[in-house]
Design a protein around this ligand. Structure first.
Ligand code: PEP
Length: 245
């Protein structure tokens, strides 16, 4: 199975900076590059259109960092999944912990977003993960499972979905989950997704992934790739992570 390397640029990069990133990244890879991996980019919303134009014809997939759960209508300030699809996006990042934490995104709203993305043939990259206090209270598993149960309650079990396990305490903090912690929770998420009946899913790890820890983390069973914030902002740093085997 191909490994997935996904870049989350949050509020960083103008459209032109995003375009130059893609040009430099594409100029640095050879024709075999995508034989064993997929690359996803989630640019800041102003840049999604230009990034998707820039990478057209390459194998990089692009998507917004969130969408509204209605396909269209009077929802000032929201992102339209349908429009993103029209200009070439085939993925959407959903349920990032910053969306859950700062924008009160609920699993119920996320369930509607998953359904909408699937109806448009856009691949959901669905984030889950526990806070530090939840981990300290031994709630890691129950938090992740309930995010999956509720957020994917109406998902089509035959369609492909990508889960990104991101412990909130490891995002942007420089603290990486230990290989043992990653191994343990990824195995549990894998079994849980199987028990829910999902047939085609991959599980990414996210949280302070850098080129110096990617090589160890990528070898852990059921780690199918990474969701990367800070270290995905420079083409060469992202490229080094994409080369982890
Ligand atoms: C993220 O934004 O999803 C993330 C994992 O960020 P970082 O790699 O900077 O921890």
């Amino acid at each position: 199975m191909k490994k997935i390397f996904a870049a989350n640029w949050k509020l960083q990069k103008t459209p032109l900076e995003s375009k130059s990133f893609c040009e430099e990244f594409l100029a640095s890879i050879d024709s075999n590059f995508f034989s064993d991996k997929e690359v996803f980019i989630f640019p800041q919303n102003y840049s999604v259109g230009l990034v998707s134009q820039t990478v057209k014809g390459s194998k990089i997939s692009v998507g917004p960092q969130t969408v509204h759960f209605e396909k269209s209508g009077a929802f000032t300030g929201e992102n339209s999944a349908e429009l993103a699809k029209k200009f070439g996006c085939d993925l959407v990042l959903l349920g990032h912990s910053e969306r859950r934490q700062f924008f009160s995104e609920t699993n119920q709203a996320l369930a509607k977003k998953v359904t909408l993305c699937e109806s448009l043939d856009m691949l959901p990259v669905f984030c889950i993960g526990e806070s530090l206090s939840e981990r300290e209270n031994n709630q890691t598993e129950s938090v992740c499972f309930s995010q999956l149960d509720q957020g994917l309650s109406s998902a089509d079990k035959n369609k492909r979905i990508v889960i990104a396990y991101e412990p909130v305490w490891a995002i942007g903090t420089g603290k990486v989950a230990t290989p043992e912690q990653v191994k343990d929770i990824h195995a549990k998420i894998f079994s849980h997704m199987n028990s829910l009946g999902f047939k085609n899913f991959q599980i990414l790890y996210g949280g302070s992934v850098k080129s110096d820890n990617a090589g160890i983390l990528i070898q852990i069973p059921h780690v199918d790739g990474f969701l990367i914030g800070g270290a995905s902002l420079e083409p060469q740093s992202f490229l080094q992570i994409c080369q982890a085997k």
